[in-house]
Each structure stands twice: as C-alpha cells, then as structure tokens.
Design a binder for this molecule. Structure first.
Ligand SMILES: *[C@@H]1O[C@H](CO)[C@@H](O)[C@H](O)[C@H]1NC(C)=O
Ligand SMILES: *[C@@H]1O[C@H](CO)[C@@H](O)[C@H](O)[C@H]1NC(C)=O
Ligand SMILES: *[C@@H]1O[C@H](CO)[C@@H](O)[C@H](O)[C@H]1NC(C)=O
Ligand SMILES: *[C@@H]1O[C@H](CO)[C@@H](O)[C@H](O)[C@H]1NC(C)=O
Length: 459
C-alpha cells in the first residue's frame, strides 16, 4: 500500500510541473539544463576609481566583472558637467573615459550615463536645466554633437551602450514634464542610431519596475511602438526592496504584447538596496537575475569619491570610511559580499540548471552542474527563519534514485560593508538519506546576512 501510494505521488508530480510552489521550499531541477553560466549578475554601477589600475586586476577577474555603468556623476567643480559649461563637461567626460578604459581592460561592456555628463546627477540645483525646457532643444542638440564627436575622437564605441536617461520617473533625476522626457527619448534615440549605429541604445532605466498601472511604463511603451525607437535592451531598476524578477518580467511581457513590441534582452542596471548588499541578499539577487537571463549591475549607495571606488561595495581598503579616506589610496581587500561573487564566477562552472524560489519568495537558489560537483548557492532576502531546499532528478547527474548523499556546506559571512573577509567558512559535510530521486534538507537562517553554498559530487 505504501509503495503504491508513493508511486501514485511520483506519477502525480511528474505529470504536474505547475503544481503550486511550497511556501518554504526552493527547488533545484538537475535535469533542466539552462545553458552555460555567464555570471550575468557580475556588473556594477560606478565603483571604478578614476585612476586606472588602482584596484588590482584580480579583484575584477576573480568575480568575472562584465558590466560597468558611469558618466562622471558627482565629480565636483570644476567637473559638474555640460550645464556648467564646456570646461566642466570636459572634466566629467575624462572621468567617464577613464572608467570606460578600466571596464574594457576586463572586456566588460560599458553603459554611458549621458544624464550624469549633462549634470543631472541628483546634486543639480532646483533651477538646473533639462533637455527641451520651454521647447528649446538647442543646448541638448549641441551637447549630443559634442559628445558624439568625443566618442569618435576617443574611439570608444566598442562595447558601448547608452542609457538615454537614468530614472526619469524620479524628480531627483528629471524635474520636468513626462511629455518632455518622451520627446527627448524620441529625438535622442534616432539621432544616436543614425550617427553611432553600432552603439546599443538601452532604456528606459525607470526606478519603477514594469507594471501596467504605471503611467511612465505605459506612456513609454506606447510611444516607442509608434516612434520606432525600441531599445536594444529593456532596462529598469530593482532597488525598492520589493518585487521579484519573475513578477516584473511577466508584467513586461504582458505589456509588450499589449503594445505589439518585440522581446529584447533584459538589463537590470541597478539592483539591490544597501541592506540587501550582503551575502544572503546578493545570492538571492543572483538567483533571481539568472532565472530570467537578465544582466544585472549592483546598485551603488556611496557618494562623492567613494562612489568612484570600492566596486559598488565589494571591496574595501585602509581608511575606507573615515576622515582619512583617500580616493587614490590603495591596499584593497575583499568583503564578505565579494566572496559570494568570487564563488559564483570561479566555482560555479559547468552548466546552469533550473531552480524556483520558495513560494514566499524569501529563499532562492542558483545551481550549476560541474564536471566534479553540483553547486547550489542560496540566500534569503535579508530575513531569518527556517526554509528548505529540494533537489530533484538526482539521477540526471548519475546518482542512484535513493541512498545517502554527502553534502558539503560553505557559509559566506558578512562583517559589514567595509569589513575584510578573505574566505568563506567551511561548515563541513553532512550525510542525508533520500529516496524518490530527490533530496530535501533545511536551511537554518539564524542571521539575515549569511549566504550558503551546498555541494555534492557527481558520479
Ligand atoms: C543652478 O545650477 C545652474 C547650472 O545647472 C547654474 O547655472 C546656476 O547658477 C545654479 N544656481 C544657483 C543658485 O546655484
Ligand atoms: C520620434 O520622436 C521624435 C520626438 O518627437 C521625433 O523627432 C521623430 O521624428 C520621431 N520619429 C519617428 C520615426 O516617428
Ligand atoms: C573555487 O575555485 C578556486 C579556483 O579553482 C579554488 O582555489 C577555491 O578553493 C574554490 N573555492 C571553493 C569555496 O570551493
Ligand atoms: C527550466 O528552468 C527554467 C529557469 O528556471 C524555467 O524557466 C523552465 O520552465 C524550466 N523548464 C522545465 C521543463 O522545468
């Protein structure tokens, strides 16, 4: 009778891949190969010192750094950008150019933030001008002429993207009417497409995630459909502490159907709040971004010259956060969050497999099958409690459908954003008995910041 029941259950599970997710269980499906890992989440905004080679190469290469985004934000006078005159534009451009060269040294793509070079970096005063004020586009047209000429003169079109404007849905970055933003998009898109045809034009980089009740999204999508100005990547930010990637992407796909727009690659070119920039939060975001194949760049919550340092809070250095801080100082070391990205890049090799988050969206997993081991990186969205991980289809990696499995655990601790962590903690091996081609084990999350990796040998 027992045997019959479990057979029935197994048949039921196999026939119902869409059964509701268990609230506390994140699931890994070893039979669902989702392609080569490209560590899609290994980008960050700013965080590159304006002095090239200041942070040693291995800090970039060990995390597989692959996406940068800058435009001279917060460079002080005399470098406040175009709205303060050509001389201040030139100083700001030099900062972005240096960051571009740093990114390209590691073959990372570079997103140029032309709103920052203009001067609307959030520190602009309440009377600062915006493109097209009072219907006059002269200054913006002249600005683009200057910028296109500098891009060509410095030969920086390789690996270059342009975010046409950052977070125009926040008055902090766009304190002008929405309709003026839309006109700016249409004018700028067509001009850059014509004059810099190989450069990717991306956007809209809204702070708000896709949502059919969000008037910025609906107005934008409806306009680009009629204006033939569809971005090469759809971009938005996930820095509010809410939402999740499947929900946000699902909303985008629904709206693309409404406006008869094509699917394009995704780029979440600012993700995670400051409190989420801890190992657990980073592992959660990595899992979320990988699931929908979105490029991701860590948000950057530092200001002034610290914004141009520290790889968006992945590294720190002597006197990093005190009165003796020097933007050009050296002696870098990794923090706890860095260890997660290093493991993600160096150790999670082979091929990716499909995973699902726990039904409450608090625990998520990213998993790879390497030649030697299965590796499952997991993190909670900065909360405590007990969750569990189920790994299905163990026979897909050559294991028997029942028996005992030795699982190795690493803990990725957090000290604080400035604290040194050089290695993850080896938490040893635990044996789990299993049956039905599936193993389930608990994750005891007693703090809000530690991420874990679980590993076992493949046959
Ligand atoms: C405000 O910023 C603009 C440049 O954006 C500058 O021309 C103007 O002088 C500034 N006004 C004040 C009061 O600082
Ligand atoms: C797109 O919109 C801009 C701004 O209104 C306009 O200048 C341009 O002619 C439009 N292009 C097309 C193809 O509709
Ligand atoms: C990750 O891979 C590197 C390079 O092979 C190795 O030195 C390191 O020990 C590995 N780390 C873990 C946690 O397995
Ligand atoms: C495989 O995993 C991907 C990513 O999680 C998911 O979208 C897809 O539906 C999964 N396929 C199957 C057959 O479960």
């Amino acid at each position: 009778m027992r045997a019959l029941l479990s057979l029935l259950c197994a048949a039921f599970v196999a026939a119902s891949p869409l059964e509701p997710r268990d609230t506390i269980t994140s699931t890994v499906n070893l039979g669902n190969n989702t392609g080569s890992p490209e560590h899609l989440a290994s980008g960050f905004i700013y965080g590159l010192p304006d002095t090239q080679n200041q942070i040693p190469d291995h800090f970039y290469t060990d995390i597989g750094f692959n996406y940068a985004r800058a435009g001279g934000a917060q460079v002080p006078a005399p470098g406040r950008g175009w709205i303060w005159g050509l001389a201040e534009y030139k100083v700001r451009f030099a900062s972005a150019l240096s960051n571009y060269r740093t990114a390209r040294k590691y073959n990372a793509d570079f997103i140029f933030l032309i709103h920052d070079l203009w001067g609307a970096d959030g520190t602009q005063n309440s009377t600062a001008p915006y493109p097209g004020d009072n219907g006059d586009w002269t200054s913006w047209d002249d600005y683009l002429t200057q910028w296109i000429s500098d891009v060509n003169a410095n030969k920086i079109t390789d690996g270059l993207s342009v975010d046409i404007w950052n977070e125009p849905d926040l008055t902090y970055f766009w304190n002008a009417p929405q309709a003026q933003y839309i006109q700016m998009w249409g004018r700028t898109y067509h001009r850059l497409r014509q004059e810099l045809s190989t450069v990717k034009l991306i956007g809209p980089a809204f702070a708000g995630q896709p949502d059919p009740t969000n008037d910025w999204w609906t107005t934008f999508l409806s306009f680009i459909a009629s204006n033939s100005s569809v971005p090469d990547q759809y971009v938005w930010h996930m820095e509010s502490g809410g939402g999740d990637m499947e929900g946000a992407y699902g909303a985008l796909v629904g709206m693309l159907q409404t406006y008869k727009l094509p699917i394009k690659p995704l780029n979440i070119d600012e993700y995670a709040t400051w409190p989420e920039q801890v190992p657990a939060g980073s592992a959660w975001w990595i899992s979320q971004l990988e699931r929908v194949n979105a490029h991701g760049l860590r948000g950057n919550w530092l200001s002034g010259w610290q914004l141009h340092d520290f790889m968006a809070s992945l590294v720190s250095k002597a006197y990093a956060n005190g009165p003796d801080y020097s933007p050009t100082g050296g002696c870098y070391y990794p923090n706890g969050d860095y260890q997660v990205y290093q493991y993600y890049n160096l150790n999670m090799t082979g091929y990716r497999v499909g995973t699902s988050p726990s039904g409450d969206l608090k625990l998520d997993t990213f998993a790879t099958v390497g030649k030697d081991m299965v590796r499952v990186l997991t993190g909670v969205r900065i909360t405590t409690g007990t969750w569990q991980i189920t790994i299905n289809d163990l026979s897909a990696v050559g294991l028997p459908t029942s028996g005992s499995l030795n699982i190795h655990t690493w803990g990725f601790p957090f000290t604080n954003h400035w604290g040194e962590v050089d290695v993850p903690n080896d938490l040893g091996w635990v044996s789990h008995t299993y049956s039905g081609n599936s193993v389930t084990f608990p994750v005891f999350q007693t703090d809000t910041s530690t991420a874990y990796a679980f590993e076992f040998d493949v046959v």
